[in-house]
Design a binder for this molecule. Structure first.
Ligand code: ATP
Ligand code: MG
Length: 251
């Protein structure tokens, strides 16, 4: 009797006290066809927090995000979203669990209009609401609803990609190089937007070449080099050591 009670209490307390991570990769090895890119990678994004993933070109950052969203499958290791093992689940099941991936190159449909892009991403029956919410956060999109997405400026396309993520109410957003090729003022707007949704409790995993901006927002940081995780810690710890200069060019 006593033993059973103790065990029950322990498991109940465990569930109540330990916040389930938004994302956890454990021992993940993955890549393309016969090329292994990521080797034995561990990474945790605590619920509702911002994590930065940095590393030089070709380190495997985008590969890691694709492994999380299910575009590629690991050859070993596990991926958990909100405490659930999703390693074998297809991409759409991961989306249903609250995951949204804003890929490098933005992942919008260039031949569709802004409105169609927003509607296409929205849950059935919530199309109008998605369009309304997007126009609220990025008014410029509201003015361009009938324009083809491919004719938007680079910055506007990135706003559309962000808006598509936002309107699905995700629990975790993977953001790959959101600021690539954009003017500083647009980058400011994008990061302000990310800051706003993070402060409302959405967890973010941000890959960005502007390490300083990602670091300023993130409570934890990982550095990937040649497919291996070479650092995990706080921004301050990263900036303290010589790792930043060694892997990230001393930006
Ligand atoms: N579809 C693919 N097929 C085969 N190899 C690929 C593919 N995509 C990427 N790679 C290789 O995987 C490695 C890691 O690429 P990845 O795009 O993950 O790097 P990254 O850290 O995102 O780089 P960047 O900062 O330039 O975006 C590179 O050597 C790249 O050539
Ligand atoms: Mg990349």
């Amino acid at each position: 009797m006593t033993t059973t009670n103790t065990a029950d209490t322990a498991s109940t307390n465990g569930a109540a006290q330990v916040d389930v991570a938004a994302l956890a990769l454990r021992g993940v090895t993955s890549g393309y066809d016969h090329t292994t890119i990521l080797r034995d990678v561990d990474l945790v994004v605590p619920a509702g927090s911002v994590t930065a993933l940095l590393g030089p070109n070709g380190a495997g950052k985008s590969t890691l995000l694709k492994t999380v969203s299910g575009l590629i499958r690991p050859t070993s290791g596990t991926v958990e979203i909100g405490g659930q093992d999703v390693t074998k689940l297809p991409t759409f099941r991961r989306s249903q669990l609250g995951l949204c991936h804003v890929p490098e190159g933005r992942g919008i449909f260039r031949s569709l209009t802004v409105r169609e892009n927003l509607e296409q991403q929205a849950a059935a029956g919530h199309e109008a609401e998605a369009v309304e919410r997007a126009a609220e956060v990025f008014p410029i999109l509201g003015e361009r609803l009938e324009q083809r997405a491919g004719l938007l400026s680079g910055g506007q396309q990135q706003m559309l990609a962000m808006a598509r993520a936002y309107t699905t109410n995700p629990k975790l957003i993977l953001v790959d190089e959101a600021s690539l090729g954009l003017a500083p003022i647009v980058v400011d707007a994008i990061f302000q937007f990310l800051q706003d949704i993070a402060s409302k409790g959405t967890a973010l995993l941000i890959v960005d070449q502007f390490a300083a901006r990602a670091l300023a927002m993130a409570s934890s940081v990982y550095v990937l080099n040649r497919g291996e995780m070479v650092f995990s810690g706080t921004s301050a710890e990263l900036l303290d050591g010589d790792l930043f200069a060694r892997y990230l060019g001393g930006e």
